[in-house]
Design a protein around this ligand. Structure first.
Ligand code: ADP
Ligand code: MG
Length: 345
């Protein structure tokens, strides 16, 4: 069991050697990519499609903790969170650029790991890595990813298109990534106090994966296409259901009724919430990083989607004057924003 553990410093390879090493195996997958890594700029051709662009910036210690987030997972997640924004426009992601600032504590082998995750996400989502930038940092790691995607002109879905009585729907289940984070942080604290303590993570693989290796809902956009549905508005759930509903309502100038007992949650999420004495609905409403899609569809499309197990109808849109409300399991209606955390008590 002799595992090769040689750590090469970035200065041994130099900036250009490092870029070459991290990008040498890239094979272009999309017809819209004309020229990828290796020139002053990448070249794309989207023909008559509309192009959507989204950027995210992740900083060590703020957005991720390398104590429990493996670099490969981090690379994968950094790509996925960007692709999620592209899907939220009902578009198909086609290219990304990756920019990194690295301190001297990161070896070439560590960056190989980060890029293994980045390349894996590109394979999984059929996206081309077409460029980026590399620089040094005094403290830790910063990753910025820009994603580009394409969509037919009449299929672009913004946050602003919802209408009164549209159905409010969500993909997958919510709150899992937040409860996974709570578990990781608790076990990390235990480990800091006693290095001999093994983290107790068994039985919680689903919520850990939701936190460490989330997926973007590529399948949902494909299902819309198959069912012939164009949502009237859409957003991805990165900050928690409550906040994203507010965005849809504000941008569409509407109110909404959200039904507490309709919000989909996995059993592991509920179980972990119970361990932490958190009401699980709070994890769904205010936890973040679920990367599910929240969207509205016209009542006319209800027949097309009613038997599809990939979506859950969780409410409906109302006039703005009615406000944004959570209808509790007991049947009372509470303003959503003021609600949130207090409900846990
Ligand atoms: P410039 O001097 O114009 O910034 P670079 O030497 O930084 O050029 O980049 C050379 C090529 O490598 C470009 O195609 C650039 O997009 C790409 N590149 C640079 N850094 C990265 C990175 N971290 N990941 C992927 N591609 C990169
Ligand atoms: Mg550069």
């Amino acid at each position: 069991m002799s595992k090769e553990n040689k750590q090469t410093s970035v200065s041994e390879l130099g900036e250009f050697g490092l870029i070459e090493r991290l990008t040498k195996d890239i094979k272009i997958k999309n017809a819209s990519t004309i020229k990828g890594v290796g020139d002053d700029a990448a070249v794309m051709n989207y023909k008559d499609k509309q192009v959507v662009v989204s950027t995210d910036l992740l900083t060590e210690g703020v957005h991720f903790n390398l104590m429990y987030a493996p670099l490969k997972h981090l690379g994968y997640k950094a790509v996925v969170v960007n692709l999620s924004d592209i899907y939220a426009m009902n578009a198909k992601p086609t290219q990304i650029t990756v920019s990194i600032a690295i301190s001297s504590k990161f070896s070439v082998e560590a960056l190989d790991e980060l890029y293994a995750g980045i390349h894996l996400a590109c394979e999984t989502y059929n996206v081309d890595l077409v460029g980026g930038d590399t620089t040094s940092s005094l403290t830790g790691l910063t990753i910025s990813i820009t994603a580009l995607g394409e969509v037919e002109k009449d299929k672009v879905v913004q946050r602003s298109g919802a209408k009164v009585s549209d159905l409010l729907c969500v993909s997958g289940d919510l709150g899992g990534a937040y409860m996974g984070l709570q578990l990781l942080e608790r076990e990390n604290e235990v480990f800091k106090v006693d290095n001999n303590m093994q983290p107790k993570l068994e039985g919680y693989d689903y919520i850990l994966e939701r936190q460490l290796k989330p997926e973007a809902r590529m399948d949902i956009v494909a299902i819309f296409e198959k069912l012939g549905i164009v949502p009237t508005s859409m957003i991805d759930i990165s900050d928690g259901l409550s906040s994203e509903i507010m965005h849809l309502c504000k941008n569409s100038a509407l109110g909404c009724s959200l039904f507490e007992d309709k919000v989909p949650m996995d059993n592991q999420t509920k179980q972990m919430a119970e361990e932490f004495s958190i009401n699980p609905i709070v994890a769904a409403l205010n936890g973040g990083e679920d990367y599910e899609l929240l969207f509205t569809i016209s009542l006319d499309d209800y027949e097309k989607m009613k038997n599809d197990p990939d979506f859950t109808i969780i409410g409906h849109m109302t006039e703005a004057a009615e406000g944004v409300n959570l209808v509790t399991a007991a049947g009372s209606s509470i303003p959503l924003e003021a609600q949130g955390w207090n409900h846990a008590k």
